[in-house]
Design a protein around this ligand. Sequence first.
Ligand code: PLP
Length: 273
Amino acid sequence: MKIWLDGALRDSESARVSVFDHGLTVGDGIFETVKAVAGRPFALTRHLDRLTRSARGLGLPDPDLDEVRRACAAVLEANPVPLGRLRLTYTGGHGPLGSDRGDKGPTLVVALGETVRRPDTTAVVTVPWTRNERGALTGLKTTSYAENVVALARAHEHGATEALFGNTVGALCEGTGSNVFVVLDGEIHTPPLHSGCLAGITRRLVAEWTGAKETDLPLDVLREADEIFLTSTLRDVQAVHRVDDRELSAAPGPVTAKAMRIFDERSAADIDP
Ligand code: PLP
């Protein structure tokens, strides 16, 4: 596997990042996961905008987007796969032990993993931990993902593939790696950004393409919603057939099925919407 590191394509087996890189020692970094269909990255411009926003939020220098685009193209060309996930990682770089940043500049790594289309439906669980809607990292796509790793492990223990968080005021927020939508009386709703959720790119596209509304929703809405679905780069639109011990018998329901269809058609027509 060829990856991009420090301005060049390298063999992943021999590529080296410092053991003092702050991405490793203090989780000081940001990332993007970009879907690549037949070697072409989907919605790359939106991902690069979010990468820059995350860098600014963390106080990292703006990433060189020309280099990031070149890196994505080079990695995709060197590793042809039908459906892939580009992983862009951008960290504070080599620094002293402790939280002060060093002066060697950031590290950029672009790697590719092969992936498969997710099943149309999945089970989810809610977790007893909360997303902080007012934290320093809220809304940034940082590499500090350990909380998500813990919650996802809980989901797997219960035969689910995603865990959903509420926030500190009991509002529905998001999943460990996805945004959440609910259908109430035929209308589609998703939590607003002030719930603390990530500004998901799939979330935005689905909201634009289906007319979904941003609504403050209590976590309990998951017990009553007629339909529930998740969105993310790797799930696209995925219906929920079980939340905790509640079965949603006919998933995907009609509104979700329509959202899936619209997303598949529009995203296939425009690789950089
Ligand atoms: N929320 C979190 C915490 C995520 O990590 C992700 C994606 O990785 C999403 C939501 C969905 O965002 P996107 O649609 O841009 O993949």
